[in-house]
Write a protein that binds this ligand. Sequence first.
Ligand code: SF4
Length: 423
Amino acid sequence: MNVADSGHMAGILKQDGYEITQNEAAADVVLLNTCSIRDLAEEKVFSKLGELKERKVDEPNLVLGVCGCMATNLKKGIFKRAPYVDILCGPRSSKHLPRMINDVFEKGRSQVEVEPNEALEEFLPSVRESAFKAWVNITQGCDERCTYCVVPNTRGDQASRQPQSIIDEIKGLAEQGYKEVTLLGQTVNAYGLELAEPYPFSKLIESIQAIDGIEWIRFVTSHPKYVTPDFIEMFAKFPKVAPFLHLPYQAGSNRILKRMARRYTREEYIEKINALRAACPDLNLSTDIIVGFPEETEEEFQETLDVYKEAQFDSSFCFKYSQRPNTPAMNFKDTVPEAVKKERLERLLALQKEIAYVRNLKNLGKVHRVLFENVGRKEGSLRGHNQYNQVVISSGGPELIGQFRDVLIVENSPMTLYGEIKN
Ligand code: SF4
């Protein structure tokens, strides 16, 4: 989401005549696009701001901005810790950046636009790193209220783009040679539900399936609550929908899920992934898990491990719970000691590695479709992703970048597959 937002920020400024430079020391304007999901991410930004402060001493005209979720989460609190910052711009306010930068140059005042529920722009220009894979934002904000999460505060309530605007953007991308799109939303599969004329996510996918040139459709992040029969059916019905799904379950205990306000039970989650695997037997499933949520007991953590074993995830992102200001869970006492969280995380990661290794074995001798993206670290090698969103390395020349090839998988590791191009 942040990579896509940075692309929009660059696109908006480029349209206004700015030039994007890879050389930070040459920039007249430096914007940090930030994340508030964990304390560590925010501290990294303050550390970077401390570095940039030195430049401000020699270059008083340097414009320094903090954009993204930290701007809406901490608001003017950022000025308290870093009074030399000129711009605070929230994730839904990027369209104001050209005007804000001008105002800093002309009026020399600090500029603030941090309204989390700012009206959605139907289309924003974007600078994309890849010429064949594109992120496409389809919603902003989130209507869930998971008790540990800052997103509803920083990105506001869910607002979906109009289906036609998304379809037009993707048609344009296909005309430019893009082959893969990843639709983005905090709860991407809740797309369209709050529109004046509700438009189901599966209907949007059906429309994108019909666009010539687009060969793979992916989407993140799906919420289990919106895994409905029509959503499940998409994986069997639409061949362009890649057999990969990121579906966070966060915890295996129903009591903890309730305290997290996730609005599903462990049994419902398992039932949904069983139905997904029945519709798409080779579905690659990844998930998010938080360990050490307030009051999580050893038995409840064991339930998280049990769900992991039962679901046989291909990959996962696992985190220790960290309290975030402005979230409902701040009212819960952070009862699980840090050492216990660390030990639970290590046990979970060990299980993840073991399961991923065994699941990857089934890939050996199979032919995967791979879209090559860049050259690999070893000379003469290429790196890309297969339909299951796994990294595949193969020998091959740079002329294949941006091309699909069938690759025979000959070696695996928990994170990467190695193969030989067949055709
Ligand atoms: S679904 Fe929950 S975790 Fe995800 S963005 Fe919304 S509130 Fe946060």
